[in-house]
Design a protein around this ligand. Structure first.
Ligand code: UDP
Ligand code: MG
Length: 310
């Protein structure tokens, strides 16, 4: 019996890319001996992507679409697809053709050779700005220093996962999903494939600075307690420092006669310590906020409609 590959493709305002994506993937799959299903997850698009998904699902029984009730974000859209995929292997890829469908046969052959996870690594992204490349490089350095889980720089959400790995990943219920980190944490055998991400076929990146920052913070706080420790050490250091100042104050007051009201030292140290305390509180607040998000146990995403050929 032929094995089945499920493709999971998050879509957020990709109307100009979907037909081309479908065409190129279909061409690639026609050349190899596998059954497949193509699951689009529409993440609350408002540009006509849904109309195109309706058309694709009407004409091809291998295509299905899950329409989320609003924009839940890339990682949640991926999660919805992974929950609903039933293939022997699942390949997640973006719908903007920055993850070239032509790479799929290579991913599959590495899977057949025994790797439960085949991770692609971007060697370069042709249309990424200097700023995005630089911040991304620094970010991966930082997160790898701070957490025990190693996260591949340039790792993308273009990967193949064996059924075993998908089932394992689906057991993770956390809201702050940094799927790249979770996947590396599963412990299955990982192979990697390098590629250069071409520019988007059409449209512009759906990640603005706010979304990027949020995603970056999710990654750090989900995999590292180091910032909390920093807050503690900084607090400790300042505590020691203020003890010294206290001795100095007592000395001036009791031993010498020049106890001039030293407002400068006083206000400086109050401001400094206040600042440090706020930083500490901010870091703790960030984690407490995340605990709050998790304990509410809200659903990760809501599906409004499931489109497939009758
Ligand atoms: N995407 C999504 N929800 C979002 C933002 C993006 O489903 O809130 C999808 C988007 O349609 C694309 C993929 O996630 O298929 C990657 O997004 P994008 O290409 O904008 O990111 P970049 O390649 O610039 O990092
Ligand atoms: Mg892209």
């Amino acid at each position: 019996m032929k094995k089945t590959i499920s493709f999971v493709v998050p879509v957020y305002n990709e109307a100009e890319n979907l037909r081309e994506f479908y065409k190129r993937l279909t061409e690639v799959m026609a050349g190899i001996e596998y059954d497949y299903q193509l699951l689009f997850v529409d993440d609350g698009s408002n540009d006509g992507s849904v109309l195109i998904l309706k058309e694709l699902t009407r004409n091809d029984e291998r295509v299905q679409a899950f329409l989320l009730s609003r924009n839940f974000g890339h990682q949640m859209a991926l999660t919805c697809g992974l929950d609903n995929a039933c293939g022997d292997a699942v390949i997640t890829m973006d719908g903007d053709l920055q993850h070239p469908p032509e790479l799929v046969p290579e991913l599959i052959s590495l899977w057949e050779a025994g790797s439960e996870i085949v991770q692609t690594v971007r060697r370069d992204t042709e249309d990424a700005s200097f700023f995005k490349k630089l911040t991304s490089r620094l970010y991966y350095k930082l997160i790898n220093k701070m957490s025990k889980v190693s996260i591949t720089p340039g790792g993308s959400d273009f990967r193949l996962m064996d059924r075993l790995a998908v089932d394992a990943l689906n057991l993770y219920g956390e809201r702050a999903r940094f799927i790249r980190g979770l996947v590396n944490n599963l412990g299955y055998k990982v192979a990697s494939v390098e590629f250069v991400a071409p520019p988007r076929f059409a449209g512009s990146s759906k990640f603005n600075l706010r979304k990027m920052l949020h995603f970056a913070l999710d990654g750090i706080t989900a995999f590292s307690k180091v910032p909390l420790r920093w807050a503690f050490y900084i607090g400790l250091l300042c505590g020691l420092g203020s003890m010294l100042v206290l001795f100095h104050v007592i000395y001036i007051k009791l031993i010498t006669d020049d106890a001039v009201p030293g407002w400068a030292t006083l206000s400086a140290s109050i401001l400094f310590l206040g600042g440090v305390q706020l930083v500490g509180l901010g870091i703790i607040g960030e984690y407490v906020g995340r605990v709050f998000e998790e304990v509410k146990q809200r659903p990760l995403y809501l599906v409004k409609q499931h489109l497939k050929k009758e």
